[in-house]
Write a protein that binds this ligand. Structure first.
Ligand SMILES: C[S@@+](CC[C@H](N)C(=O)[O-])C[C@H]1O[C@@H](n2cnc3c(N)ncnc32)[C@H](O)[C@@H]1O
Length: 324
């Protein structure tokens, strides 16, 4: 057993880390408030909710976020500025969406030309998206829903083989890894080097069971079969989301499960496929030969469901599905 002095030292270090993360988070929020009062009002409400309902989980994910920015040498002023650039983009895309009833970016090739292939955009955009994972209530709620359902859905199974496509922040794989430490492997596939680098820096340290592959998922070998596949916020980036679902159904083991998240009515620089309702997402799942096992959804604004639907408020849908 570990000597008490060592455990004490470790817990001191743990407390020190949490203090640093909280300080970084507070600085970030203060910096956002200085530059954008309106937006800060919105995120302060979100943050209070997250702190009240999931304090320990917030500290944990904040640890990953802070370590990532430390690794890049970015301070809270720079991160706040990156985040607010994305908010500005979202307002511009939102204006177009509410005027024309569609996303401005017509297809995935345009998204590639104007976003993915532009390092000057990708660098602030990816940092901003990472921040949103710990500041937006609907993002946080979906992680918590995911985590709480993992144990019941995979009851006795611990040696899971996992495929995570386009993981970005990697939080879903991080949570699976935590719930099932004896997992067999996590294969991570992304079409973008920049994105893979981000995932590696956030969850990839010291783990020989995580494999990274730069590939278009459509070119991925079908002879690989998985217990669990994660597809977080990818569908809305594709021209034909049904095709990826058909591909993933081939990569599932007979008893395998697929976790999907995708937002409805969510104008952004690189969103091309518009889901108008949760029902449209569920319909696409069944049209692709899959059956939904359990689902959730979280609106991005604090309004009742009727108002949210009427005003086309972003709704983040999450679901577990399997082959029929
Ligand atoms: C918005 S990020 C998703 C981040 C994270 N999974 C989440 O839930 O927020 C979408 C990711 O999908 C990747 N991607 C898009 N099309 C892909 C494809 N055909 N094959 C593999 N990765 C793809 C992108 O490079 C990007 O990293």
């Amino acid at each position: 057993m570990e000597p008490v002095s060592l455990r004490f030292k470790k817990s001191n270090k743990f407390m020190e880390n949490i203090k640093n993360e909280v300080a970084f988070f507070n600085e970030l929020v203060a910096e956002i408030e200085k530059k954008d009062k309106l937006h800060s009002k919105k995120i302060n409400g979100n943050i209070s909710y997250i702190k009240e309902h999931f304090p320990a989980q917030l500290d944990e994910l904040l640890g990953l976020v802070k370590a990532y920015f430390d690794n890049l040498g970015l301070d809270s002023v720079r991160v706040a500025s990156d985040y607010l650039k994305m908010i500005k983009d979202m307002r511009t895309e939102g204006l177009y969406f509410y005027k024309h009833g569609k996303y401005r970016c017509d297809n995935q090739y345009i998204a590639n030309e104007y976003v993915y292939s532009k390092p000057e955009i990708m660098s602030y955009y990816m940092n901003a998206l990472l921040v949103s994972q710990v500041m937006w209530k609907h993002h946080f709620n979906i992680f918590m829903y995911f985590q709480s359902h993992l144990k019941t859905l995979f009851k006795s199974k611990s040696k899971l083989s996992i495929l995570d496509i386009g993981p970005g922040h990697g939080f879903f794989s991080y949570l699976v890894k935590k719930e099932f430490p004896d997992y067999e492997k996590i294969d991570i596939v992304d079409i973008s080097d920049t994105s893979l680098e981000m995932t590696k820096k956030i969850i990839g340290f010291d783990d020989e069971k995580i494999n990274y592959t730069k590939k278009d998922i459509f070119d991925y070998d079908d002879s690989n079969k998985y217990d669990f596949i994660v597809l977080g916020e990818v569908l809305e980036h594709l021209d034909e989301p049904k095709q990826i679902l058909i591909k993933l159904s081939k990569l599932l083991k007979p008893s395998g499960l697929l976790w999907i998240t995708t937002p409805t009515n969510s104008p952004a620089l690189d969103h091309v496929y518009l889901f108008k309702t949760k029902e449209e997402v569920l319909l696409l799942i069944s049209e692709s030969g899959l059956v939904t096992v359990d689902s959730c959804n979280y609106f991005a604004e604090d309004v009742d469901e009727q108002t949210a639907l009427k005003n086309k408020i972003t709704n983040l849908v999450g679901l577990f599905c399997k082959n029929i």
